[in-house]
Design a protein around this ligand. Sequence first.
Ligand code: AMP
Length: 500
Amino acid sequence: MSNYVGIDLGTTNCAVSKLDETGRPIIVHNPDGSNITPSVISFSSARKYDVGEVARKSLGEPNTFGRFKRDMGSDSEFEAFGIKHTPESLSALLLKKLKEDTENTIGNIEEAVVTIPANFANEAREATLSAASKAGLNVKNIINEPTAAALYYAFHSGRELDGTYAVYDLGGGTFDVSIISVHGKDVEVLATEGVSKLGGDDFDRALQKIVSQKYKKETGSDLDLEDYNLIDAEDDKKSLSRREVIKVGLRSTGGRASFEVSQKDFEEAISSFVAQTEMLCETAIDDANLVPSDISEVFLVGGSSRIPCIQKSVERIFKRPPVSFANPDEVVALGAALYAAYKSDGKFLNSIQKQSVEKISVAEITSKFFGTISVGMSARDELARGNSIIIEKGEKIPCIKEESFFTLADGQTAVNCVVTESNTNETDPKFVKIIWEGDLELPANRPANQEIIVRFSYDQNQVMKCSFIDVETNKKTEVDLSMSKGKENADVDIDKFMVE
Ligand code: AMP
């Protein structure tokens, strides 16, 4: 039997889901019997590694890596036993293990949908697709995490959802808020905001800092952070979600209670992060041209949404208590499984499963601005470089947009082709990220003012194709940003690595 699965490739934890015989998404438990697998890899030798809870216990030790999703698409290096890994190659190893474990439990994975934070940049999306392919997974579609969550809430609520909803997703390393219109199983994203480096990890550090300060006040000396490391802080942080006050112990005293930390201490310490999430919620509501009272319900996603002051903050902003009738660690994977079945060819679905996904429809929007850099006359009649937006943030996808530019000089034989990405509608090239650059050669001996069309197309997986076209000759420079095979790293051939 072959399966279509949804994989939530989280910063802190991963989860895998598939449809059961009755068409309901269920979690596929890992070999430890757990519903989530920590996104941690620990190498015991150059080519041998372990993943999950065992690896998490070694966090902080050499050759053990977590939270690498935060740097997805970048050149960050993680070295283990002389081999240099990237966030992408570590993700590939993690996905390879998830694939093996899942296939041992449920049989062959025919196709998988992997989830991505809504605000992931293009290169982080490509890196994720590339990691999945290196892990041997057949991934044709990805879905944004809030959309997957909304899909699951829409499915699971047992009633026809009809209206505008918010998905508030605060995990270990990223924060996203999305405003979504849901009619039955028809999910349309209206606006999305977020930051890729805000979440439970910051709260762990904040708690570690509280304990350090209490230690210093009491003993006059600095706390050795090994004596109360981030794993200790994370465990205590979770207890603090259940109790007003907790007793905190240090390793050197065998964990014997040394200090008291209250929810109030913790709330104060994380208040600047909470303020940032509140601002992003307000922007998202604004971007969707709504006011809080237009939003029917707020769905919670991500482990950090369990923190009481976070739930109070959500209530403050949206003026209603959030709903969390599902396990916030699982909803993204469960929604991805629904999407995987919906997007599949249906060959391995029974008739009930087919029925359960047949009415699904998902419409996403772009979460960044995409543009190109051209030279034009400034207000002071000087030649100046400027960023022109081709695809606006919030544009419904898939979409194709184009704009005409013109050559500047007689006899110009090339134009510099640039693709930019930005979070705001930015005209100054200094403040945009260049995600691709190349040249378009032009025929010699032509006068200035030759038309060059810049065409960007953005597909359902939110990866882009760009063409720079000389209209007279139809000569093109084209780039398929989804086709780049990610950051090549000679050391890391995924097939040569073995799970312990
Ligand atoms: P996720 O990325 O959604 O798996 O969320 C993981 C983050 O949620 C980690 O930072 C966890 O420490 C945090 N988390 C999980 N459960 C709780 C809890 N009960 N209270 C506070 N934070 C939690």
